[in-house]
Structure formats: structure tokens, C-alpha cells
Design a protein around this ligand. Structure first.
Ligand SMILES: Nc1ncnc2c1ncn2[C@@H]1O[C@H](COP(=O)(O)OP(=O)(O)OP(=O)(O)O)[C@@H](O)[C@H]1O
Length: 332
């Protein structure tokens, strides 16, 4: 049985339309107009217990709305959703105790409290036994290097420090499902790596299901064997990362270096009918892009045409695929 499943999940926001000008402002008071924003548009998927899933997509694609629907912060407009045997939007206490929703751009902590006070408030809300609270807090604070922050007021923390404390709060009650929305936001590179390591470790140790959104591809590539790509509220891809590049960029990269005094130009490639596009050339080293179906033919022709010192053929890096997707260069 899947741990989480969604069927034709849809969320439409109803947003009041505000027009400029005094007359229109009065008119909209008397007869308000609304427009509909379809943030999530009929997506279906299922997730096994213990899976780590990365949700990616451009700004405004519907990633956060999906996490809010799964965690029960929002009620779907239509469709079905179930997690750990519960219907999230019913917000049953037993469900809320099994999950955590961490949003990198929102704080769960009261600004005037000390960090330690926030921890004890969460301990009480989730009824974490005192001994377990102490052990978990000590371990997490050590791992994330925040021991010294405990007496500090939340309003005095830097963004990265706050993100680390938010993660501790999210893990104190040892949830079996972690919904992480941009968890590494504002952290320096070392801390991002440490946090990733810990999330991986948490998943392995407790068999937790983790659903993660991030614009940092390293979060996704290092943690998530499976990715879902959401674009315009729809699920455009669900599968392994490598499959995503197959779908979005059906190309191979050829890198080669020529033996002394050789030169490779686009004109030469075209004149010999080699189906490849020269994308970079630097001191005798070249990068070429070829469509997958032409890779073998292009490689053979290159070997006949030029005196090669080095030759390799690879898939495009996933970061390049995502960059292209986010910049709108790849058809969605
Ligand atoms: N409370 C809301 N009311 C109205 N529209 C909303 C609301 N929240 C989100 N939207 C709209 O729904 C769409 C999806 O937003 P969502 O926050 O889910 O996207 P996202 O993929 O998480 O984006 P980002 O990567 O920028 O965080 C966007 O068009 C957004 O403007």
C-alpha cells in the first residue's frame, strides 16, 4: 500500500480582482469580481514508505501548493489525497503528529522567544517525552552546530541560523513523513551539505518518507532517486533523474581534444555532413552537442575526420537540463 497517494488532485485559488481607479474600487466593493488560479491541475502519484522524492519546477509551478495539500494545510478543490492512511485536510491530530511541514521561507518560531523556548513549546505541542526531547535536541543541535544559539532570541538569528533551528523543530517529534519546502534556503554551502547528509541519515535510520522541493539541484541530486517535475500545475515527469534529461534534452555531449595543430569549426562539421553542433572551443578542446539518435554516426565521422587526442561522450549534466527548463528554453 502506498504511504502517500494523490488522484487527480486539483487546487484552484479564488483571487479577488482589483482594478485601478476610484469608480472601479467602489464597483468592486458592491460586486466583487474574482478570478481563478489553477495552481495544481489534476495530478496523480503514489509514494512508497521510505521513498525520497524531489519535486522540481519553475517558479509558480504549484510545488508549494502540492506540499500544502499533502500536509493538510489546504483542502483540495477536487481529487483525492491520502497520507499514512489519513485524509490530510481533515487535520486529525494523529496525522499531524506523524508529519512535519518545513517551509524555508516561513518561520514557526515566535520572534521574541529564545530558540530554546521555541523547542520546549514544540515539545509540549507534540507531547515529546522529556528524555527523548533531551536526547534528540542534543543530537540535532550538535549536528547542525547550533548549541550556542539556544539562549538567543529568534529575531536576532541570521536566515541560515533560523533555517537550522526550524529543521530541528520539524524533527523533534520524529515524524514519519517530512514535507520539506526549500529547506536549505539561506544556508552556506557547508551547512547545506550537512543538512542534506542529516536528512538522508534520518530517512535511512527511521524509514521516513521525504518529499522535498528545492531550487538547489544539489539537494535533489544528492537526496532524491525519484523526481517529479511540475509545470503549470501539471505533472510533466515522474521518474528517475536520468529519465528527466532523456525527456527534456534528447542530446549527448561529445568532448574531444585534437592532436597538435588541428582545428574544428562548425563550417568543417557542416561541410562533412557531421550531425553535431559545436558549443564550445577552448585551446584545442571542444564540446559538441548531438541528438541521441545521431550520436554513433557523429562519433564515427568525427574519428575519420580529425586526428583525436581525447574523446568522450556523455549525457548532459542534469543541472544544465534544469537550467534550460527554468529559463524556458525547453518546451514544457
Ligand atoms: N494563496 C494564494 N492565493 C492565490 N494564488 C496563489 C496562492 N498561493 C499560490 N498561488 C498561485 O498559485 C500558483 C502556484 O503557486 P505555488 O506557490 O504552489 O508555486 P511554486 O511552484 O511553489 O513556486 P515557487 O518555486 O516560486 O515557490 C502561482 O501562480 C501562485 O501565484
Amino acid at each position: 500500500m502506498p504511504h502517500i497517494m494523490a488522484e487527480e488532485l486539483t487546487k484552484i485559488y479564488r483571487v479577488p480582482v482589483r482594478k485601478g481607479g476610484l469608480r472601479s474600487a467602489f464597483a468592486s466593493l458592491l460586486k466583487p469580481e474574482f478570478m481563478e488560479v489553477k495552481a495544481v491541475d489534476g495530478i496523480s502519484f503514489s509514494i512508497r514508505q521510505g521513498e525520497m522524492l524531489g519535486v522540481i519546477g519553475p517558479n509558480g509551478a504549484g510545488k508549494t501548493t502540492t506540499l500544502k495539500l499533502l500536509s493538510g494545510l489546504l483542502c483540495p478543490t477536487s481529487g483525492r489525497v491520502e497520507a499514512a492512511g489519513y485524509v490530510p485536510w481533515k487535520r486529525e491530530k494523529r496525522y499531524l503528529q506523524r508529519i512535519s511541514l518545513l517551509m524555508g521561507n516561513r518561520s514557526q518560531m515566535q520572534w521574541n522567544n529564545t530558540v530554546y523556548d521555541c523547542m520546549t513549546i514544540f515539545r509540549d505541542i507534540y507531547q515529546v517525552p522529556e528524555a527523548a526531547f533531551k536526547t534528540r535536541l542534543t543530537e540535532l543541535a550538535f549536528m547542525l552546530d547550533v548549541d550556542k544559539l539556544m539562549p538567543k532570541r529568534v529575531r536576532d538569528l541570521s536566515l541560515g541560523e533560523r533555517s537550522k533551528c526550524e529543521l530541528i523543530l520539524a524533527l523533534l517529534h520524529r515524524p514519519e513523513i517530512l514535507y520539506l519546502d526549500e529547506p536549505t534556503l539561506g544556508m552556506d554551502v557547508t551547512m547545506q551539505m550537512r543538512l542534506r547528509e542529516y536528512i538522508g541519515e534520518y530517512n535511512r535510520r527511521y524509514g521516513a518518507t521525504v518529499i522535498l522541493t528545492s531550487h538547489y539541484m544539489a539537494d535533489i541530486t544528492s537526496l532524491c532517486p525519484r523526481v517529479m517535475l511540475i509545470t503549470g500545475g501539471r505533472l510533466s515527469f515522474d521518474g528517475p533523474l536520468s529519465g528527466l534529461s532523456e525527456q527534456l534534452m534528447p542530446y549527448k555531449m561529445i568532448r574531444l581534444a585534437l592532436a597538435e595543430n588541428g582545428e574544428l569549426t562548425q563550417e568543417l562539421l557542416d561541410s562533412r555532413g557531421i550531425p553535431a553542433e559545436l558549443t564550445e572551443s577552448k585551446s584545442g578542446a571542444y564540446s559538441l552537442r548531438v541528438r541521441k539518435e545521431n550520436a554513433v554516426q557523429a562519433s564515427a565521422m568525427l574519428m575519420q575526420t580529425a586526428d583525436l587526442a581525447e574523446f568522450s561522450i556523455t549525457d548532459p549534466p542534469v543541472e544544465a537540463v534544469i537550467d534550460k527548463l527554468f529559463s524556458g528554453e525547453v518546451a514544457r
